[in-house]
Design a protein around this ligand. Sequence first.
Ligand code: FDA
Length: 299
Amino acid sequence: MISFNTLISRFIPLLPKVLAYQFAKRYVAGTSKESAFKVIQNLNNSGYLVTLDILGEHTEDSRMANSITEQYIDLYHEINNRKLNCNISLKPSHIGADINKDIFNTNLNKIITISDQFSNFVRVDMESSKYTDYTIQLFEQNRLKTDNIGTVFQAYLYRTYNDIVKLDKKNLNFRLCKGIYKENKDISIHNPTEINDNYLKILRYAFENNIYVGIATHDTLLLSLIYKLIEELQPLKDTFEFQVLYGVPMKGWNEKHINNGYKIRVYVPFGDDWYKYSIRRLKENPDIAGYVLKNLFSK
Ligand code: FDA
């Protein structure tokens, strides 16, 4: 039977945007950079590191891709001026990967240059499997120019372990997540336990080889198994960080990480493109819809 929260989360996309924002706002740091900086400052004050993302993907127009690139460049300046502990995450298709490689490479180069200038860091998010080869390739090419770049690998793809093992371990830096896109069964694992097994296999490889890894998951069962792995392999604390999405409830795990002296980085998205992103978050976790509704009416 369909739960009350699932019903609400299905109803939210039908609401006018102004109302939907009431539900959505816990997942996005507002639409302006000023609102994002407030969130980042608060997170930094509470001991969290941040990675900042401008919402949006699949840009079709080169002027728009260039404008997004300029916005990222501006963010690096602001982060530096405000002394925030914050790097950048971006999606290749947002800055031109769908238009052509030249536009994308030019834009990424500009971003890497400014990131390097401020000794900051850029993480290239992993999109659907259509982009996997391309993203690994661009990561490999740019890694020759700078240490301040990382990418993302998805534990649900069968290919991922081999992809990682093939890479030079020196200065390798990746975020490990389960993967969020709908992929075919011939290329991706669909069984949740098997995805977790693959996640742990990859993480073990990273720990055993001193590869810097961002452990991105909210799955509390998986986190318990990760803690066991940390206990077994004793990786150095400066070779990994936990990563969470802004607004996703962590049931005490963030406090636990902090008490253990582990780093946590919060992925903070902001921008005008908040609607699609937030609706996706609500569909993924219908419990949040009920929680937000209760807050709305108990004020
Ligand atoms: P799981 O899906 O089992 O979720 C565990 C619990 O957490 C759920 O029961 C739910 O309650 C809650 N939860 C999880 N995700 C939620 C969400 N989004 N909203 C609300 N509640 C949620 N993927 C990708 O393909 N490419 C990428 O570059 C990234 N980048 C990325 C960065 C960071 C910091 C994180 C945390 C995640 C990503 N992801 C991603 C998404 C990732 O692949 C995955 O889809 C989600 O994190 C959900 O998987 P979990 O490991 O959290 O477990």
